[in-house]
Ligand binder design. Structure first.
Ligand code: ATP
Length: 300
C-alpha cells in the first residue's frame, strides 16, 4: 500500500437462540452447541491506515468499559492482522460502542472480527474466510462466528461454524440489567454447580443437527434454552426479572444470551417489538428493538 485509507465498519451484536454445553476438554475449555444469530444493533468502528516504516496500532474508545489499549479486542485483532500479513502500517481504530459491554451480546468479539474483515478487504490482503477465522479463534471463542457473519450452528470451542439458512428477519427486544457478567466467572459457577459425579457433560449428545435447523423452526419456547442461564441468574437475579417482563409484554419466548446478563424476547412483528421496547425503556432499563440478519455488515 502507498497511500492512506479510511473505512467505517459496522460490528453487529449476536444472540444465542440456544446454548448447550456438551462437554469439557482436559484443558478446561467447554464444548458448545449453540445457534448464534447476528442482530442489527451495531458498534461503529472507524479504521484509518497509513503506510509507516514500522507497524503500529492506536485505539480510541468512547466507552469507559471498553478499554482504549491493548486489552481491547479490536486492537489485538489489528495487531494480529499486521503481524500475519507483514503490512507495515499504522492502524488507527476508533470504537463507538452501541452494544452494552459484558452483556453476552458479543460486542468485543464482533469489533475484533470487523477489524479483521475490514483490513483484509481494504488492504486487498486476499486472505480467505477460513484463514481469517483461524486467526479469529486466537482472539476469542465468538470471533470466528462474527468473521463468518451469518446465522450459524457454532460448536467445539467456537471454531466450528456451520451457517444455517432461514434465521434472518426475526424481530426481538433486547434488555440489559445495567451491570454485566464476566464470561469466565459464569463458566466457573457452572462448573461448580455440577455434581462431582455428574457425567452429563460427556453423555449429552449434540442437541441438534443442521437438518432440523435449516428453514424449520420449533415453537420458540421449545428452542430457547441456555445452560448458563440458571447460574448467571444467581449472580444477577435482575436478568430473570427482565426475562419475565418481556414474556409479560407479549414475547413468544425469551432467554438470556451467551453468558449474560442481557436477555432477549422474540416478537411476531417489528412494530410490536418497538412498542414493547418503549415499555421497557419507560421503566429505566436499557433496551433495543432489533431484528436478526442473514448477513452481517462485517461478514468476510
Ligand atoms: P461474549 O458473549 O463474547 O463473551 P460479552 O458480550 O459478554 O462477550 P464484551 O462486551 O465483549 O462481552 O466484553 C467482555 C470484556 O471484554 C469486557 O470486560 C471488556 O472490558 C473487554 N473488551 C475488550 N475489547 C472490547 C470491546 N471492543 N468492546 C467491549 N468490551 C471489550
Amino acid at each position: 500500500m502507498n497511500s492512506a485509507l479510511s473505512e467505517r465498519a459496522l460490528a453487529p451484536a449476536k444472540v444465542n437462540l440456544f446454548l448447550r454445553i456438551v462437554g469439557r476438554r482436559p484443558d478446561g475449555y467447554h464444548l458448545l452447541d449453540s445457534l448464534m444469530v447476528p442482530v442489527d444493533l451495531c458498534d461503529r468502528i472507524d479504521i484509518a491506515v497509513q503506510p509507516r516504516s514500522r507497524a503500529c496500532v492506536v485505539i480510541e474508545s468512547d466507552s469507559q468499559e471498553a478499554p482504549a489499549n491493548r486489552a481491547n479486542l479490536a486492537y489485538r485483532a489489528a495487531e494480529l492482522f499486521l503481524d500475519r500479513t507483514g503490512f507495515s502500517a499504522e492502524v488507527r481504530i476508533v470504537v463507538s460502542k452501541q452494544i452494552p459491554v459484558a452483556s453476552g451480546l458479543g460486542g468485543g468479539s464482533s469489533d475484533a472480527a470487523a477489524v479483521l474483515t475490514t483490513l483484509n478487504r481494504s488492504l486487498r490482503a486476499g486472505r480467505s474466510v477460513e484463514e481469517l477465522m483461524s486467526w479469529a479463534a486466537l482472539l476469542g471463542a465468538d470471533v470466528p462466528f462474527f468473521v463468518r457473519g451469518r446465522p450459524a450452528l457454532v460448536q467445539g470451542i467456537g471454531e466450528k461454524v456451520t451457517p444455517v439458512e432461514g434465521w434472518g428477519g426475526v424481530p426481538m427486544v433486547l434488555a440489559f440489567p445495567g451491570s454485566g457478567l464476566s464470561t469466565a466467572a459464569i463458566y466457573q459457577r457452572y462448573d461448580a454447580s455440577l455434581e462431582p459425579s455428574d457425567d452429563s457433560l460427556t453423555k449429552r449428545a449434540a442437541v441438534t443437527s443442521i437438518a432440523n435447523l435449516s428453514g424449520r423452526r420449533k415453537p420458540w419456547r421449545e428452542l430457547l434454552v441456555n445452560d448458563l442461564e440458571a447460574v448467571a441468574a444467581e449472580a444477577n437475579p435482575e436478568l430473570l426479572v427482565l426475562k419475565n417482563l418481556l414474556l409479560q409484554l407479549g414475547a413468544e419466548g425469551a432467554l438470556m444470551t451467551g453468558s449474560g446478563s442481557a436477555v432477549f424476547g422474540v416478537w411476531p412483528t417489528r412494530p410490536a417489538a418497538e412498542v414493547a421496547a418503549a415499555e421497557v425503556r419507560g421503566r429505566g432499563v436499557w433496551t433495543a428493538a432489533v431484528e436478526t440478519v442473514e448477513v452481517s455488515p462485517a461478514a468476510a
